[in-house]
Design a protein around this ligand. Sequence first.
Ligand code: NAP
Length: 259
Amino acid sequence: MLTSIKDRSVIVTGGSKGIGRGIAKVFARHGAKVTIVARHEQELKATCDELAGEGGALRYEICDVCDWDEVKRMVDSAAAAQGGLDVMCANAGIFPQTKMVEMDIAEWDRVMATNLRSAFLCVKASIPHFDRAGKGRVVLTSSITGPVTGFPGWAHYGASKAGQLGFLKTAAMELSRYNTTINAVMPGNIFTEGLQDLGQEYLDTMAASIPLKRLGEVEDIGHAALFFASDEAAYITGQQIVVDGGQILPESLEAMAEI
Ligand code: NAP
């Protein structure tokens, strides 16, 4: 049981939906003060209302995580409202599925900005607050797609998620000066609104290819993020953990048929 997160100040980007909402829910349940971040206010409000009974305290900031000025304002505003900043969960991301032959350059850039540049911006904006506090935690939401696996249509997405892990290694070294750790969760297929948009056939075939025979729940990622953010994980930095129900393990369809 992790007891160290109560009253901590947490930001969760992409917290209005999906995995981000799951991360926010788990932190709120453990008594944290949580700011959720996204571009659409209606969904942010609805999520704050929905999670109000979980414990902790919920608030929101409207922000496009691709934009430095917006990210800086958002982080400073959340820290002012919550009495500092202890944990940055840089989770917001997009995953349009387009094969390279049809992909336009703007889509590649949009995915890179939303998934990779945003991780850098969120960390950069958090550093002054971690410096002031003398400690901090960053948790990135990467993916198995890119660092471990490939999937047609996700060349840009995979590159952005593998790029997050490349960023993580040097960031961990630089952040150590501020007594701050940075680690990444690598989800497999987690049941979210974003994934639902890919269609029932995608969801069914994915579930069949996972040894635990189901998609993950958003809270599965929230619990991994909570661990990285806890005092108990103080000596872990620059690392990543796969949370995928065993999805990357089977060597072949035959291997799956054996279980
Ligand atoms: P989702 O359900 O589509 O939610 C995405 C969240 O990110 C929303 O809150 C969205 O809100 C926000 N967002 C998107 N672009 C943004 C921007 N430019 N600025 C601020 N917020 C932005 O997605 P999800 O499935 O939960 O995925 C969340 C993260 O997990 C992503 O990084 C994704 O790559 C990663 N992941 C997901 C899975 C999975 O199976 N679902 C697997 C591996 C990794 P607005 O649209 O209102 O801005």
